[in-house]
Ligand binder design. Structure first.
Ligand SMILES: [Zn+2]
Length: 304
């Protein structure tokens, strides 16, 4: 057993950015065809450079879960991220959600993405985040495949009920999803509001709700539960000048655009109010207390 952690020391939380273009998000999936991506205006370099400056100013290192599709088109950006002392990890190749793939296609997707990201960045990839937190009870084979390909950790589960993703039965903190493997899953942060789990790890919730909610929620997790938070957001969330998808459904537009103007200011507060670091370092620190939790193998899961 290792030494007991100092109960007074501030916990270091995991900070992550899911590196994708403004047009590669779930909200626009039905409006923008993958075949049209190559012709759309790229914004990712400017947005990530803005974040690299913001993190340097706050003296914070983070993890950039990057699409293989983005890495192969922006190798210089990958080297700038790695050069800043940040971790480069994988977000899959083209944002296909895991539960829409077969095990064989998933295996190919993560192998291809890793190869492209490592080639572009010159850094080794040991972490994976599923697009739209799409690993759940339907895809028990996904963790087995990540373990087989030698990933150290995954941060692919939202342990909460949500309208288009979520796995409410999963543990809220670090767990080992594959018996006999050191693979650690670090679910995105939830807070307890009474008996209810609520999403508190970033994304649209951070943008739309007042900053005081996030500060309260992460404070609860750190101070009361003595666990680190895992927080995420996207480069397009700090880009008020991105092209507007006026023909997308209203609900999708609200989800995508609300709060973008104030996002950078909120992030500065968040970086100042808590301690942040790379997710690979967090996975290593949490490994000793990750509980075993293997998703139940559903007989029809291969066909999902
Ligand atoms: Zn994503």
């Amino acid at each position: 057993m290792g030494q007991a952690p100092d109960p007074e020391a501030p916990l270091v939380n995991g900070l992550s950015v899911d590196v994708e273009e403004w047009f590669q998000v779930g909200a626009f999936e039905r409006v923008i065809d993958r075949a049209d991506w190559a012709g759309m205006a790229s914004r990712v370099e400017g947005n990530v450079d803005f974040l690299l400056d913001l993190f340097a100013e706050a003296r914070v290192r983070a993890t950039f879960f990057t699409l293989g599709w983005v890495a192969e088109r922006h190798p210089a950006l990958m080297r700038r991220i790695a050069g800043g002392g940040h971790e480069i990890a994988s977000h899959g190749y083209d944002h296909a959600r895991v539960f829409t793939l077969s095990r064989r296609i998933f295996a190919q997707d993560i192998a291809k993405a890793r190869c492209l990201i490592e080639d572009a960045s010159g850094a080794r990839v040991s972490g994976y985040r599923a697009p739209s937190f799409s690993i759940d009870a339907r895809t028990p084979w996904a963790f087995e495949e990540l373990a087989a390909q030698g990933y150290a950790y995954s941060s692919s589960v939202a342990p909460v009920a949500h309208d288009h993703y979520g796995w409410p039965e999963a543990p809220r903190f670090a767990f080992r999803p594959v018996a006999g493997s050191p693979l650690v899953e670090l679910p995105v942060t939830t807070a307890m509001l009474g008996q209810r789990r609520v999403a508190a790890g970033g994304g649209g919730f951070f943008r739309v709700l007042p900053y005081s909610f996030s500060r309260w929620a992460i404070g609860q997790v750190n101070a009361r539960e003595r666990r680190p938070a895992v927080f995420y957001f996207h480069p397009w969330e700090v880009d008020p000048d991105q092209p507007r998808m006026d023909h997308a459904p209203l609900r999708s537009r609200l989800r995508h655009y609300t709060g973008i103007e104030s996002m950078a200011g909120k992030l500065r507060k968040l970086l100042g109010d808590f301690e942040w670091g790379r997710v690979d370092a967090l996975a290593a620190r949490e490994a000793h207390r990750a509980q075993a939790f293997a998703p139940r193998s559903l007989p029809h899961s291969e066909a999902a």
